[in-house]
Design a protein around this ligand. Structure first.
Ligand code: ADP
Ligand code: MG
Length: 239
């Protein structure tokens, strides 16, 4: 598959057109951003780590019945993916309170939630990705049918069940994560974008150490070491 023109450059990835109109190449960059790109940085090797981590997690999800955009991982930084129309809703799934949930609503940081919380945020950097309710999703025509919101929620919960258990076996607490979905050429809603320490929070179950982008957000240092540790846990005996 041939890499053609650049379709879009985001904060963490570049999307390239290919000689097949339904297929893109997603290239993972070393750039790191936080607080809607107010804070910027770069960590050599971060793109390759996220590419590998996302590859492993998408493969795990596919194996368990979650359809994803991933076709094949080409090399350290590049994935062949199905081109989708991204649904402009960031689906956030939370097991433990932290971050904006604690800040906005005063839920104690680190509190294990009595049930898995699914939230929708508008994917719009200019508006600072605000939290939205189902009626906002309909009002803004982010989906054409209310049932699709239920599908997003159910898929978020399914992904959470699979990943939470997988990481528990590796002594990592999956605190929360963000996923994006898109509509493929057959009209099906599939998991897209990436799942990595940029988009998840992982806390070591023994030491409590943060092993995700919060190390960058909060200037905790050792960002790359943390991402490497997540990959190591994922690979387990495979590494
Ligand atoms: N399979 C896909 N088809 C089309 N767009 C995609 C696909 N997967 C991810 N995207 C989009 O690619 C863009 C680039 O990724 P990223 O750098 O993470 O962007 P952002 O700065 O918006 O977070 C995002 O807008 C994401 O929604
Ligand atoms: Mg992104």
């Amino acid at each position: 598959m041939e890499k053609r023109e650049l379709l879009y450059e985001g904060k963490a990835k570049k999307l390239w057109l290919t000689d097949d109109e339904n297929i893109l190449i997603a290239e993972f960059k070393d750039d790191l951003t936080a607080f809607n790109a107010e804070k910027k940085g770069s960590e050599q090797g971060k793109g390759a780590l996220n590419c590998k981590i996302s590859t492993e997690l998408f493969a795990l999800l596919e194996k368990n019945g979650v359809k994803t955009h991933l076709i094949e991982t080409l090399d350290d930084n590049n994935q062949l993916v199905k081109k989708v129309d991204i649904i402009a809703i960031e689906v956030v799934v939370r097991n433990t309170a932290t971050g904006s949930l604690s800040k906005r609503l005063g839920v104690e940081d680190g509190k294990v939630l009595p049930f898995t919380l699914v939230e929708f945020y508008l994917k719009d950097d200019d508006l600072n990705d605000p939290i939205i309710c189902e009626n906002h999703c309909m009002l803004l025509e982010l989906v054409d049918d209310r049932d699709k919101l239920d599908i997003l929620k159910q898929k978020g919960l399914q992904i959470n069940r699979l990943l939470k258990e997988f990481f528990e076996e590796r002594r990592l607490n999956l605190v929360d994560f963000k996923v994006e979905f898109g509509i493929d050429s057959e009209g099906e809603i599939i998991l897209s974008d990436e799942i990595s320490p940029d988009s998840c929070r992982f806390w070591d179950m023994d030491s409590g150490e943060k092993l995700d982008k919060d190390r960058f957000r909060q200037n905790l240092g050792n960002v790359k070491v943390a991402y490497e540790e997540v990959l190591k846990r994922i690979l387990g005996d495979k590494s």
